[in-house]
Ligand binder design. Structure first.
Ligand code: AMP
Length: 443
């Protein structure tokens, strides 16, 4: 129960209004420690409730402590605009009954307007590193009295090459602050470097690993010949599956646009989201999806990073994700906060091995599903036989020759035609009565 955390009653009222009945595991672990003013290093995924896990204890402390004379009290850094907007939405919900104000500082919005927001001295700054640095270069923000620094999706910021920007921003922040760092994985190579000197004796909170997560999501694969076949399969799935909202992932922007046009021509209520689009257009598409005017979103990974849309219960990986981590992020769009979800990967011959290795790494037993009306030529890898009856055995070769099938002869075999074969294992003693030679030579 949230009431056990001794949170300010204005926050409890907001939690009540949101209908959160009990804290998620990351909230149970993080909130009491963060309220104790400890620096924390937390491994947790998008969808686990981590935003409230850092907002609730920090907002609580801001409400019970007197504000400094000027300057911002909390800075939340995030890798993408979408994620920043999402945190802003959650902030507005949780801080609804308080006086706390925020400014959203990320690219794609007017610089002048953002500068004016800083002048209003909001307590909380929610920002992406690039745009915030531009403001810092203009001398606008004042983080000398900062009380809380949150780095969300730190591994992603590293992957996106933002670590130098983050370090420059942090170097201008009050050193006497509380720092909370969230990352999907704590084993990221660059994380230790980035953290050095940033956190003070941090406590580590390791929630279940990627392998244990998302057990409430059914994961299926459907094999496909090529992109055209995948397009038909996608249309079939969207037409025949029962779902509220679906997200479809492609690996490239071009593919997202192509698939978008195809699905639109098939009458699907869908939109496309990728990094080449103007911010206004991205916001408009997200709004349409949230309002349910469209129910399908075709997106690339970067654009979809951290997007939290209620009611997404179907994820289709049109292209297989390039890594296990990316796969987890994608399927994390469904099955949020314990709901059931379905994730389907469309696998062409080139993607089979990648899918198998991701499955092994995450210990996922992908169910192979066939859609009878949409069968293609590819059925998955052919099974290779390794016994004496294998295709390459003498008997099999003879059979093939008899049938008039051309049989390949290895060069090594050709060269040895007519020569006596040496025994495979050189043994000096005679075979034992049982027919086996002893392995050790007798002295
Ligand atoms: P996050 O991991 O912060 O992106 O949160 C994922 C979703 O879970 C958001 O839609 C939150 O509103 C929701 N959520 C967060 N905490 C809880 C909770 N304790 N109970 C139910 N839903 C929650």
């Amino acid at each position: 129960m949230f009431s056990e955390f001794d949170l300010d009653k204005r926050l409890l009222k907001a939690i009540d209004k949101l209908g959160f009945e009990k804290p998620t595991p990351v909230q149970t672990e993080t909130i009491p420690r963060a309220m104790d003013h400890k620096d924390l290093l937390v491994s947790s995924e998008t969808g686990s409730g981590k935003t409230a896990a850092f907002l609730l204890p920090t907002l609580h402390q801001m409400l019970v402590k007197a504000a400094p004379e000027s300057g911002s009290r909390m800075l939340i850094l995030l890798p993408t605009r979408e994620l920043a907007r999402q945190v802003m939405t959650h902030f507005k919900q949780l801080a609804e009954f308080t006086h706390l104000k925020f400014a959203l500082i990320c690219g794609g919005e007017t610089f002048k307007f953002q500068r004016a927001m800083f002048r209003k001295n909001p307590e909380v700054i929610i920002a992406t590193p690039g745009r915030l640095l531009e403001h810092i270069e203009h001398g606008t923000p004042d983080f000398s009295e900062l009380e809380f620094l949150v780095l969300d999706e730190a591994d992603r910021m590293l992957d996106m090459g933002l670590s130098d920007d983050v370090l420059r921003i942090v170097s201008g922040c009050n050193t006497d602050r509380q720092t909370l760092l969230f990352s999907a994985t704590l084993n990221h190579r660059g994380l230790t470097n980035m953290m050095a000197g940033m956190l003070r004796e941090p406590e580590t909170i390791r929630l279940n690993t990627v392998r244990e997560q998302h057990q409430n999501i059914r994961q299926q694969i459907v094999v496909a010949d090529d992109s055209l076949h995948k397009g038909r399969l996608t249309d079939w799935l969207l037409t025949n599956e029962t779902f509220a909202k679906a997200m479809i992932f492609t690996n490239t922007r071009i593919q997202a646009d192509k698939l978008g046009s195809y699905l639109r021509s098939k009458g699907q209520r869908m939109g496309v989201l990728h990094g080449d689009m103007e911010q206004d257009e991205r916001n408009r598409i997200m709004q349409l999806l949230r309002q349910g005017i469209i129910n399908v979103l075709v997106a690339t990974d970067v654009a979809a990073r951290g997007i939290d849309v209620k009611g997404v219960d179907l994820v289709i990986n049109f292209d297989m994700a390039r890594s296990g981590k990316e796969h987890v992020h994608r399927i994390g769009r469904t099955g949020r906060a314990g709901e059931e979800g379905l994730a389907i990967c469309l696998i062409n011959p080139q993607e089979w091995n990648l899918m198998s290795s991701i499955g092994r790494y995450l210990r996922i037993d992908f169910e192979q599903r066939t859609i009878e009306s949409q069968l293609g030529k590819y059925k998955g890898p052919q099974k290779t036989k390794t016994s004496g009856k294998a295709a390459g055995s003498k008997k099999a070769k003879q059979k093939k020759k008899d049938k008039g099938v051309k049989v390949k002869t290895r060069l090594r075999d050709k060269k040895n035609i007519g020569k006596r074969r040496k025994p495979a294992v050189k043994v000096e003693d005679k075979p034992t009565p049982s027919g086996f030679a002893p392995l050790m030579k007798k002295k």
